[in-house]
Design a binder for this molecule. Structure first.
Ligand code: CU
Length: 690
C-alpha cells in the first residue's frame, strides 16, 4: 500500500488521545515511534513491551525521518489533561510556538516527524489546532483534506450520554454496525426555557464546525504571513454580522424577540446554559452557567490570566471614542483615519483582537476575546473551585450558548457605530445604468406554487469511530436530527439596454418582512437582518433579448461543499489507490453549513422579503479573472484576495438616505434591484437523508 501525506493527516488526527503507535483506521496505520527516540516519555518504560504487542498485529508502519527534535518545553507547560482555551494569552503563545515549529520545518518529512514527535507530548486539543492550521497553510500540504472536527472530538458536539453509550457499544460489539439514536432538540433544556426553541440552530453541528473552521483559516495569532490575510478584519465583522442576522431571523421564526446585546458587564445574564458535554481530554464536564449569573474580575493566576471588568470597559470606551473621532492612533502615535474603505478592516482586527494586527493592542485591548473568557469563567472567576471553562472558551463549542449571540450582537453594535459614521450610498454607487431587474421568483422542488420555501427535520448518521479513543475500531454512528430545506431555484429576469454584453454581479439576500410585534419592518432595522444567500457573476446580453437567470440553491457561494468524514476520506483513498487515480480537489472546508441556508420558517408560513441586486461586475471585481467560489462569501477565496471590491454586506452595510424608510423606497430608486415576498413553511416531520 502506498502511504501518502493524506493518509498521514487522517491518521495523525484520528483518536487524538490514543498514542500514535497504536494502529488506526481500516488501514491499521501506525507511526514508527518505537524504534527510536520519538516515543513520548510516558510510554518509554514500556517501550519493549509495546513493540512486542503491536508487532504481532496487522499494521502498516509509517517510517519517520530522523530530525533534531524540536524544543517543546513551552507548549508542554500546558498539561495533556488541561482544558485548553485559545482566548487565554498564555495558551495562544504556546500554540503559536508549536505552530511555528510546524510551519518552519523546511521539508514535508521534517514536518511529519515534528508533528508525530509532538502529538503524544503536548495537549491534544492544542495539537489538533496547531497541526490543522499548519496543514491548511504549508505549501506542501495545501489541498489535503482535514477530517471534520466532530470526527476527531465528537465530545465537543454531542451529549456526554451519547458518547458513553457509543463507547459501551464499541467495547461490547465484536462485529457488525451499530447506531446510537439522538432525538431532535432534547439535548440541553426543556420547553420551560423559551431559548430552547432555537437550540436546533445553536447546537447544529455544521454551525459549530463553521466557527471552528473559520478560525483555523483566520487565526488571530501565529506567523504574520498566516495571520495577515486580505480584509481579514472586515471578514471578522461580516461573518459576525451574518451570524447575528441569521440568529435573529431564527428567533423571529420562533416567536422570540431579536437578541438583546450584552451591553452592561455588571448586570446579571438572564440566559443560563447547561451544555451536558463531557470533555474526554480533561476528564471533566464543561462548566454550566445558571440564569442570573454575573461577570466579575478574572483572577486565575494558574492560567496566567488576570484582568478586571474595568479593563473591558476601558477598551470599549477607547474603541467607541476612536469610532466617533473617525480615527485610531497606532502604537507609534500616528493618526490612522477610519475610512469607508478600510476603516472596518482596521476595526475588525482591533475589536477581535489580534495582537499582531491591532494598531495598538495595549491601548485598545482585547475586547471580544476577553469577553469570551469573562463569560466562560463567570462561575469561578478566581479559581476557588478549580473549575475550568464554560463552552464560550472554545471556538468549536461557543455557538451553542445563548450568551454567544448576546455578546456578538454587542460586538456587531460597535461595528455598526462605525458604519453609521459613513455617508449613505449615493445613487451612482448603487445604480447599474441600463440594467433593470424585471422580475424575481423562487421555486422549491416538489412544490407547484412559486415563492414558497419549505423546511423540515432531516435525520442523518454521523460516524463516531474515529473519535472513540481506546475502543475497538467498530463502525458506530450517532443519528442526529437537523434542520434542512427542500432544494429551490431562483429565476431572475434582467433586461440590458446598454447595447453591449455586460458582466453583472447578482447579490441575493433574504430578511423578515415583519418585526416581533407583527409590524412591517422599518428599513433601518430590516437592513441589519438581511442574510446573504448567494452572490455570483452573470453575462447580460443586450435587448431585445430578456436574460433569464436560473440558479440552484445548492450552488450557493455562501455555503460549503459537502464534507467528507474521516472514514469516507479513508475509503476514497483505498478506492483511488486501487483505481490508480488522483483523489482530491482542493478544499479548505470553509463556508456556512448548507442545511442552514434559510431559517426554519414556521408551520403557518414565515413572511420574508427576497432582495436581488445586479451590480456592475467591472466595478465590483478586484481582478477581472477573479471569481466567487463555494463558501467565499463569509470566508474569502483561498490564497487570493477577496473577489468583491465592494464593502462586505453591500448595499445594506450603511445607513440609508433619510427618505428611504422602507425597503420598497430604497429598491424603487434603482432599476437594478427588485424585491419579492416569500414565505418559509416548516413541515414538522423528520426524514432520513437522501
Ligand atoms: Cu466570539
Amino acid at each position: 500500500m502506498k502511504v501518502t501525506p493524506q493518509h498521514h493527516v487522517i491518521h495523525i488526527l484520528c483518536r487524538p488521545t490514543e498514542p500514535c503507535f497504536v494502529p488506526k483506521g481500516q488501514m491499521r496505520l501506525a507511526f514508527d515511534v518505537l524504534n527510536n527516540n520519538f516515543l513520548a516519555p510516558q510510554f518509554q518504560d514500556a517501550g519493549m513491551e509495546l513493540e512486542e504487542r503491536y508487532s504481532k498485529e496487522k499494521r502498516t508502519l509509517v517510517p519517520l525521518k530522523e530530525i533534531d527534535f524540536p524544543d517543546l518545553s513551552g507548549p508542554m507547560e500546558i498539561g495533556r489533561e488541561d482544558t485548553f482555551c485559545i482566548f487565554i494569552t498564555h495558551h495562544q503563545r504556546m500554540t503559536e510556538k508549536l505552530l511555528n515549529i510546524f510551519i518552519s520545518s523546511s521539508e514535508y518529512d521534517d514536518f511529519l516527524s515534528a508533528a508525530v514527535y509532538a502529538r503524544d507530548r503536548v495537549n491534544p486539543v492544542m495539537f489538533v489546532l496547531a497541526y490543522s492550521i499548519a496543514v491548511l497553510h504549508r505549501p506542501d500540504t495545501k489541498g489535503l483534506q482535514l477530517p471534520p472536527l466532530h470526527d476527531i472530538f465528537p465530545d465537543k458536539f454531542l451529549d456526554g450520554n451519547i458518547i458513553s453509550a457509543a463507547r459501551e457499544q464499541a467495547n461490547v460489539l465484536t462485529a457488525g454496525e451499530s447506531s446510537v439514536v439522538i432525538p431532535p432538540n432534547d439535548s440541553t433544556a426543556s420547553d420551560l426555557d423559551p431559548e430552547q426553541r432555537v437550540a436546533y440552530f445553536r447546537e447544529d453541528i455544521g454551525i459549530n464546525l463553521h466557527h471552528w473552521q473559520w478560525h483555523l483559516v483566520y487565526p488571530f495569532f501565529g506567523p504574520m504571513e498566516i495571520v495577515n490575510k486580505d480584509r481579514r478584519g472586515e471578514l471578522f465583522y461580516y461573518m459576525n454580522r451574518q451570524i447575528v442576522a441569521r440568529y435573529d431571523n431564527e428567533r423571529l421564526c420562533n416567536h422570540l424577540g431579536r437578541v438583546k446585546r450584552l451591553m452592561d458587564f455588571k448586570k446579571p445574564i438572564p440566559e443560563g446554559y447547561f451544555p451536558k458535554l463531557y470533555c474526554s481530554v480533561a476528564g471533566r464536564t464543561w462548566a454550566s452557567r445558571c440564569s442570573g449569573a454575573t461577570l466579575s474580575n478574572v483572577k486565575r493566576e494558574m492560567l496566567n490570566i488576570v484582568y478586571d471588568l474595568d479593563d473591558l470597559e476601558r477598551w470599549k470606551s477607547r474603541l467607541i471614542e476612536a469610532i466617533h473621532l473617525k480615527r485610531v492612533i497606532d502604537v507609534k502615535g500616528t493618526i490612522v483615519p477610519l475610512t469607508g474603505t478600510d476603516g472596518i478592516d482596521i476595526l475588525g482586527d482591533m475589536v477581535e483582537s489580534s495582537k499582531l494586527l491591532s494598531k495598538d493592542y495595549t491601548y485598545y485591548g482585547d475586547l471580544h476575546n476577553k469577553g469570551h473568557v469573562s463569560i466562560a469563567l463567570c462561575h469561578d472567576p478566581d479559581g476557588r473551585y478549580e473549575e475550568t471553562f464554560g463552552v464560550m472558551g472554545d471556538t468549536a463549542t461557543a455557538m451553542r450558548d445563548p450568551v454567544f449571540y448576546r455578546w456578538h450582537s454587542y460586538i456587531d453594535h460597535i461595528f455598526e457605530m462605525h458604519k453609521n459614521t459613513l455617508q449613505p450610498y449615493q445613487h451612482s454607487e448603487l445604480d447599474f445604468r441600463g440594467i433593470s431587474v424585471e422580475a424575481i421568483s423562487v421555486q422549491a422542488k416538489g412544490n407547484p406554487k412559486e415563492n414558497i420555501l419549505k423546511t423540515f427535520w432531516e435525520e442523518r448518521k454521523i460516524a463516531l469511530t474515529s473519535g472513540l479513543d481506546f475502543t475497538d475500531h467498530m463502525p458506530i454512528h450517532a443519528r442526529i436530527t437537523r434542520l434542512q430545506h427542500r432544494p429551490f431555484s431562483y429565476k431572475i429576469q434582467v433586461m440590458n439596454q446598454t447595447k453591449k454584453i455586460c458582466k453583472g454581479t447578482v447579490r441575493i439576500y433574504l430578511a423578515p418582512k415583519y418585526d416581533e410585534g407583527g409590524r412591517p419592518m422599518l428599513f433601518i432595522d430590516q437592513k441589519r437582518l438581511f442574510m446573504e444567500l448567494d452572490k455570483f457573476q452573470v453575462l447580460l446580453f443586450p435587448s431585445p433579448q430578456l436574460n433569464v437567470i436560473e440558479r440552484e440553491s445548492k450552488d450557493s457561494y455562501v455555503t460549503k461543499k459537502v464534507e467528507k468524514s474521516l472514514e469516507e476520506i479513508e475509503k476514497e483513498l483505498m478506492e483511488t489507490e486501487n483505481a490508480n487515480r488522483k483523489p482530491f480537489v482542493d478544499v479548505c472546508g470553509c463556508g456556512w453549513p448548507h442545511n442552514m441556508l434559510i431559517p426554519k420558517g414556521s408551520i403557518e408560513g414565515f413572511q420574508c422579503q427576497l432582495f436581488v441586486m445586479v451590480s456592475d461586475a467591472e466595478e465590483d471585481l478586484v481582478d477581472v479573472d477573479g471569481s466567487y467560489s463555494k463558501g467565499s462569501s463569509y470566508c474569502g477565496v483561498r490564497d487570493k484576495v477577496y473577489p468583491d471590491r465592494r464593502p462586505m454586506g453591500y448595499p445594506f452595510d450603511r445607513l440609508p438616505e433619510d427618505d428611504h424608510d422602507t425597503l420598497e423606497k430604497f429598491v424603487n430608486r434603482s432599476s437594478n434591484m427588485a424585491v419579492q415576498d416569500v414565505k418559509i413553511v416548516f413541515e414538522d416531520r423528520a426524514e432520513p437523508t437522501h
